[in-house]
Unconditional design. Sequence first.
Length: 459
Amino acid sequence: MTDGRGKSDNCVVPGISPNKTGPPVAEGKEGRQLAKGNSREQNRLRTQGRERMRSALERVRQAATKDRSLRFTALLHHIYSTDTLREAYYGLKREAAPGVDGVTWRVYGEGLEENLRDLSDRLKRGAYRAKPTRRTFIPKPDGRQRPLGVMALEDKIVQRASVEVLNAIYEVDFLGFSYGFRPGRSPHNALDALYTALLTRKVNWVLDADICGFFDAIDRKWLIKFIEHRIGDRRVMRLIQKWLNAGVLEDGKRIYGDKGTVQGGSISPLLVVVGFEHRDVAEQFLEDLRQRMAEFGLELHNDKTRLLEFGPYAAKNRKRAGLSKPETFNFLGFTHICAKKRSNGMSTVLRQTMRKRLQAKLTDVKYELRRRLHDPVPEVGRWLASVVRGHVSYYGVPGNGSALWLFRYRITWLWWRTLRRRSQKNKVTWERMKRLIDHWIPPARICHPYPLRRLGVIT
């Protein structure tokens, strides 16, 4: 957000708590079990290697903090270190789809140490070659298809190792209101900061902006120039250019391009929410933002970028002017609504699950239940339990109880309908269905604290 006079305060970009969050932490901590064939010796190597890696990156971080204009000319040895590569491997998703090489996480882990030594040697000698990215498409809530890139496993490892090293440099340059894809930050940190700024700062207008086709429109020359401000290691720059120029594999054909970068992994659309006190300042900022984006070959999405009256006084001001209720805006899966507390009538921001997100998830569950029509009830019950738990763990914010209850109810209804279709003779009664629901489906509950409370603890 900004205070409306140009002073930066809390511009929230997706992903992820205020400044001074401490050293970055490794992402992707799901599951820490050893890969097949690993031994206690390998576990010991990993523990020792993690400490060596953190120590080395801490020295890089201290140098970056001491001199914000310093260009780092010797970084590749941090990337091809087997300690860094090993930690990057364990940070990947275990069940992710394989890339063009067909190698899965578990298969690679069967000879992990030997594979990492070979990869390290190729990086050191300059013999590493980036493989093309396998392009796949996933449906969007509006019916369109979003292209995603699935990289080869070794490319994932090297890229993740590179991110760990580059984070040590760039993290010290980010401001507290930046959240997207930063280590140690989550989408809920961004949501908390937005909620707090809307209620505690002089915000009367909100600019909801979306960069159009960001990852397809990135100018690679500008991207390289930006990176070269801090990275002077030519070997690292060549490594980045290898990934940019590797191309994509679609329908068996390798396609090259001269702009953009593959969208996949931890990448999502780039969103921006900025708050202002005065409308004229907001309009000037929007015009300046459009011009600034155009300098780098980017543009704001006309249909998704809008300026709306929003904040504690929006409803009163619009009623006085004879206008309707304040508009709402969507951010990180939630619809933000100007509302009043039932207890004392004070202004608040109500956050509810986006209707499109809710419906899209229910549609996915319906088709998956149809596919699992004849699977054992306990197996389906465990899967549905994981779906509900995952949904509640993200959307379980204060004030969103009705949407959580609706999601759980619709899930159970879809399951009941599926079970009734399994047989024409043995219909599932509602009494039996209630027993199944009580046994398998977790309750819909609020699991996140109020933003002001959590943000206060963090800061």
